[in-house]
Design a protein around this ligand. Structure first.
Ligand code: NAD
Ligand code: TDX
Length: 319
């Protein structure tokens, strides 16, 4: 490879990581190494569009294994962007162990690599869930909201965030954290809410709605998230945390109704089921900091993003 800047992206066979790689290859000239262990959530088909790109290489490897990571650090990187994670809350309730390995120990290994000079900086991709749950009319989460995770997934992400903070404070490493709200868009695993609604509805299957269906999430189209992470990569200040939100707060019931309406399907497909244990009531992001300091704001409305997403899943279903 030549002297262009080289990024290490972890978890690039998953939903957001694969969208981010596609975004970068399309909009920048970075060289990219993608390391992914290919869990159930990491898919070869997510990498099809770019696997032959001249600026790209893939290495199958587990970030929680130092040995496997040593294959990846055959050179120095400009930056590490850590998307790799166990990402599904329901799974973390059933078995938290992989979440501890990947989300905490994996992040620790990457920080150690930085400490030994194998990369110049790192962005930790975190989540709004680390702030816990909001009451209906409470003000949105800011970067100063205390961490108060309520499930094993969010606790593992908050733990990683604290490690990142500590490595910044102790070792003065150039580290940044982004915390984003609920993403949706192409290539998301069907275990997650929006792709599950679309694929069940397309097949006339019931859609499970947890509890009273009035939990609120702040939805962001994945491309807007990718643009925000790119901004932080180019212009973010070491030691800072950046919230990223979609400005589209909706109840789960509203999300289902919108999608059923767009697909021309009836509301009889909605099936109220037992609530998720420890189900956070509401997430809401205040992204004023990234807006003011880095000039980022979301471009794609929920209406537009959901249409694009439905089109993508419809195309997949007829392939
Ligand atoms: P995903 O589950 O779709 O993808 C995760 C990827 O990480 C998969 O390709 C998987 O194979 C890989 N992976 C898992 N364990 C690994 C390991 N030990 N070593 C190497 N690779 C491993 O997740 P996603 O939705 O794309 O989320 C990506 C990141 O963004 C995560 O860190 C998540 O916490 C964060 N995030 C997600 C959302 C969301 O709404 N999906 C919102 C905010 C933040
Ligand atoms: O079948 C379902 N029925 C249902 O009512 C599923 C899968 C979910 N839900 C509800 C639970 C949540 O209130 O929909 C909402 C969204 O659920 P998920 O898609 O599981 O997302 P969430 O738990 O909000 O977490 C997501 O956003 C933050 C991602 O999965 C995390 O990785 C990210 O950090």
């Amino acid at each position: 490879m030549n002297n262009k800047k080289h990024l290490l992206i972890t978890g690039g066979a998953g939903f957001i990581g694969s969208n981010f790689i596609e975004y970068l290859l399309h909009n920048t000239s970075y060289l990219i190494t993608n390391v992914d262990s290919l869990t159930y959530a990491g898919k070869l088909e997510n990498m099809v569009q770019f696997k032959q790109h001249k600026n790209y290489r893939f290495i199958q490897g587990d970030i929680s294994s130092k040995l496997e990571l040593s294959k990846v650090f055959d050179q120095e990187y400009e930056a590490i962007i850590n998307f790799a994670a166990e990402s599904h809350v329901d799974r973390s309730i059933g078995d938290a162990e992989p979440f501890i390995h990947t989300n905490i120990y994996g992040t620790f290994n990457l920080l150690q690599a930085l400490l030994s000079g194998k990369a110049k900086k790192m962005i930790q991709i975190s989540t709004d869930e680390v702030y816990g749950s909001l009451e209906p009319n409470a003000p949105s989460f800011t970067e100063r909201t205390p961490l108060a995770p309520n499930n094993p997934y969010s606790a593992s992400k908050a733990s990683a965030d604290l490690l990142v903070r500590a490595y910044f404070q102790t070792h003065q490493l150039p580290l940044m954290i982004t915390r984003c709200s609920n993403n949706y868009g192409p290539a998301q695993d069907k275990e997650k809410f929006i792709p599950k609604i679309i694929s069940n509805a397309l097949n006339d299957n019931e859609i499970p709605l947890y509890g009273d269906g009035l939990n609120v999430r702040d939805w962001i189209y994945v491309e807007d998230h990718c643009r925000a992470v790119h901004k932080v990569l180019e212009e973010g200040v070491p030691g800072e945390v950046y919230n990223i939100g979609g400005l589209e707060e909706k109840t789960n019931l509203d999300v289902i109704k919108t999608i059923l309406h767009l697909l021309g399907k009836g509301e009889h497909l909605i099936k109220y089921v037992d609530d998720r244990i420890g189900h956070d009531r509401r997430y809401s992001m205040n992204s004023a900091k990234i807006s003011k300091n880095l000039g980022w704001s979301p471009n794609i409305s929920f209406e537009e993003g959901i249409k694009r997403t439905i089109d993508w899943y419809r195309e997949q279903s007829i392939r």
